[in-house]
Design a protein around this ligand. Structure first.
Ligand SMILES: *Cc1c(COP(=O)(O)O)cnc(C)c1O
Length: 376
């Protein structure tokens, strides 16, 4: 459809594309010099003297982080009930149990007031998610973690370029995981990264990423643990280098578009708007909650009408504990009311750097038109 506005779209510039062609012609396609410089540039961007290693997805970064913390069968890990399902799935994959905690309605982030009640003698780690790029209160969170001797694995898949109280997400903290999926604020097509502090063994991380292989000073290979195959390609890393250069510009544009949404929606909100956060929000998504049970139309019908009028609307996300996998572990409806309400009512409106303010106006006009037709 001409003029169709998707809910998100990556921006790849000509310089990046010609850089990729150079890599393709270089004879070195898998992990090599581009990966090394991508990791250096990421570490520089994040600041805080961190070690940063790339992986082939955000999910791989999360799972590797759990293994680096020694988490496995018999352990519990605290996860918000409202996030992308990968956050909890990786816990299950290690053999540990995800213990869900509800989120706040406005921020859609882990409710820190309910966190301590979920801690048991088996709890080993907390996995906060900076949902839509809005940072969790890291001061309070790390205080709780310290008090209980817990590791923290930040799911910062959506939070590249965000900061909390002036500190960039990934510049501090325990283990911080990023994703560079095409829907995120910067992309390597598929890819991710792990930013770790000095308490994490980088040697172990590199072994886990690549077959458990280590090499001595002569270059001879040994294998001491069962590693996985999670390395990023040089082609992907070259895309990441081009994206990283423009990340702050992309995020500034997202902030302007988000302000326009608030300008148009705040005086007569059609539902619950997202928390504004402070200037550290990277505006990965703009999500509003619409009371579909009062609107006379379902979310699927709403999405279809919006789509037919040229506007893409996403759903991020259904509440995790209501998926069959987690119901089979004993989770039930009614346990996490905010996550459940968000899961039923959330819609993601278009927001990406190549949009302009008039696109936001078009989205809001179409939104009001669709909702008033639904009410009629
Ligand atoms: C995208 C995302 C992931 C997974 O990242 P991939 O790169 O797709 O593996 C994990 N958690 C959250 C919150 C995400 O948004």
């Amino acid at each position: 459809m001409k003029n169709f506005l998707p809910f998100t779209r990556p921006t790849l510039d000509a310089e990046t594309i010609s850089g990729v062609v150079e890599v393709l012609n270089s004879g070195w396609l898998a992990s090599g010099p581009q990966v090394v410089s991508f990791e250096e540039e990421l570490a520089k961007y994040l600041g805080g003297n961190r070690t940063v290693r790339s992986l082939n997805s955000g999910t791989a970064a999360l799972e590797t982080a759990l293994i680096l913390c020694g988490i496995g069968p018999g352990d519990e890990v605290i996860v918000p009930a409202m996030t992308f399902v990968a956050t909890a799935n990786v816990v299950v994959r290690t053999g540990a149990k995800p213990v869900f905690v509800d989120v706040e309605l406005e921020s859609r982030n882990l409710d820190l007031n309910q966190l301590e009640a979920a801690i048991t003698p088996r709890t080993r780690a907390i996995m906060p998610v900076h949902l839509a790029g809005l940072p969790v209160d890291l001061d309070s969170l790390y205080q709780i973690a310290e008090r209980h001797g817990l590791r923290v694995i930040e799911d910062a898949a959506q939070a590249i370029g965000s900061s909390f109280a002036g500190r960039k997400i990934g510049s501090c903290g325990d283990l911080v995981c990023f994703s560079f999926h095409p829907n995120k604020n910067m992309t390597t097509i598929e890819g991710g990264a792990l930013s770790v502090g000095s308490n994490v063994s980088v040697e172990q991380l590199e072994k886990l990423r690549f077959h458990g292989i280590s090499r001595n000073s002569e270059g001879e290979m040994d294998v001491s643990i069962v590693g996985d195959k999670l390395n990023l390609s040089d082609v992907a890393a070259r895309i990441g280098l081009g994206q990283l250069k423009r990340l702050d510009e992309f995020n500034a544009k997202r902030r302007i578009l988000a302000s326009r949404y608030f300008e148009l929606l705040a005086s007569d909100p059609p539902g619950v708007l997202p928390a504004r956060g402070d200037s550290g929000h990277n505006w990965h998504m703009f999500t509003i909650l619409l009371p579909f049970d009062q609107l006379g139309l379902t979310r699927v019908e709403f999405q279809k009408i919006m789509h037919d009028k040229g506007i893409g609307v996403g759903v991020h996300y259904p509440a995790l504990h209501l998926f069959s996998l987690y119901r089979a572990m004993g989770y039930r409806e009614g346990q996490f009311p905010n996550a459940e309400r968000i899961g039923r009512e959330t819609v993601t409106l278009p927001l990406f750097p190549a949009m302009d303010s008039s696109d936001v106006d078009r989205v809001c006009d179409t939104l009001r038109e669709t909702l008033s037709a639904g009410m009629a």
